[in-house]
Design a protein around this ligand. Structure first.
Ligand code: GLU
Length: 387
């Protein structure tokens, strides 16, 4: 299928908010939207994933990035969001186009039905020629239920609209082989396999939430869905165009030539772990050969408080993550089924079912290009042995 002419631009807080005064950086917004206008004139559909709500709202509630706690940030986001959108709206109007606000939460991206609902809204906006400005709804999300960084959020949006390019504008020139302030650090111009660079990606900016690690995770998600990610400094004239036409240095993470389908990419690339299962190595091998789904007798242990339709991470008993798949039962039901393998399901759950915990068709096997997640530490998710 030919790729759409769609581009997602992610902008970090430090580009949008003046670090001293915590007010909008109008000159940057002018530069950015001038590029968006040119892209639109060139036939691109543009989506912006914008940070900055928290930073721009902090002074209204009398806080600073250093002093603000979670509740302060939630309140700051409520104050800053209209300031941010007002700035975008005013400047976009000068350039003759409209913007719209799309606020999402983790569940809007992780839950399939809500994901499709969000996708429909975004497509309707694009169809009307409006540029969506997407951000996380920080005012109503707490630490456990938030995406937390707009890098991965932007990648999810790029997957959602099957964008051809994701541009991440930040305050450094791209990915370096080590901390860019250290001598000998070199810019990595091209990345084919993002997973090779996860170790060198540390360092978080004081205004935003992401660092280079979340940018690499985002680039991996985009790659998997056939989208190229460009990471570059936003502090420049024509911040987007000069990266797209290659006149300014940046890091380019090349799209996978054989991208995953929309469904597979959604299922595989997760923002948070809802739950996980451990099965024997032989069982994991069979799952990976697509011979069968996960049956109740396969399960050695269960972690998490997942519900039906959540994506489970499947580990073998050596601790290697092998696949991900959609749960047919809640964690409680799964536990009851797995602990009572010989008792008919009707007796256990009150209804007849073949007790396939994850159906074969709803399993995606992980390969080398996927970021494999570590097994959840016991302190985070309760591990329940089933035998
Ligand atoms: N959603 C946050 C905000 O608007 C920013 C998250 C991030 O920095 O990536 O301020």
């Amino acid at each position: 299928m030919p790729k759409s002419k769609r581009i997602v631009i992610k902008i970090g807080s430090s580009l949008l908010a003046n670090s001293e005064l915590l007010t909008p950086r109008w000159a940057f917004i002018q530069q950015l939207l001038s590029d968006v206008k040119d892209l639109r004139d060139d036939g691109y559909e543009v989506l912006i994933c914008s940070s900055g709500a928290v930073a721009l709202g902090l002074s209204t509630i009398g806080e600073t990035p250093e002093t603000a706690g979670l509740r302060d940030k939630q309140a700051a986001a409520a104050c800053g969001m209209p300031i941010l959108l007002n700035a975008y709206k005013q400047v976009a109007h000068e350039f003759g186009f409209d913007i719209a606000q799309v606020l999402v939460t983790l569940r809007d991206l992780e839950d399939r039905r809500r994901f499709l609902n969000t996708k429909n809204t975004v497509h309707r906006l694009l169809q009307a020629g409006i540029t969506p400005i997407v951000n996380e709804n920080d005012s109503i999300t707490t630490e456990e239920i938030r995406v937390g960084d707009n890098d991965r959020l932007a990648a999810k949006v790029a997957q959602m609209v099957q964008a051809e390019t994701l541009v991440i504008l930040t305050c450094v020139d791209g990915l370096y082989t080590r901390d860019p302030s250290e001598p000998g650090a070199e810019l990595v111009e091209t990345v084919n396999d993002v997973t090779e660079f996860l170790e060198v990606t540390k360092g978080v900016s004081s205004l935003g939430s992401g660092g280079m690690l979340t940018k690499m995770q985002a680039a991996n998600m985009a790659q998997n869905a056939g989208c190229t990610t460009i990471i570059g400094n936003g502090e420049a004239e024509r911040p987007v165009m000069s990266l797209l036409d290659g006149t300014r240095k940046h890091t380019r993470c090349i799209a996978n030539a054989k991208p995953a389908s929309d469904w597979t990419a959604w299922l595989t690339d997760r923002l948070q772990m809802a739950g996980s299962l451990v099965v024997s190595e032989a069982c994991a091998d069979a799952l990976c050969r697509k011979e069968r789904g996960v049956l109740r007798e396969d399960i050695q242990s269960i972690q998490g408080t997942f519900v039906r339709g959540d994506v489970l991470h499947i580990y073998d008993d050596n601790g290697n993550e092998r696949a991900r798949g959609l749960a047919n039962f809640t964690a409680e039901e799964t536990l009851i089924l797995a602990r009572n393998k010989d008792i008919p399901t009707k007796q256990l759950l009150g209804f007849q079912t073949n007790a396939t915990i994850i159906s074969r068709d709803n399993i995606v096997v992980l390969d080398g290009r996927h970021i494999h997640w570590d097994t959840p530490p016991d302190s985070e998710l309760e591990q329940i042995e089933t035998r």
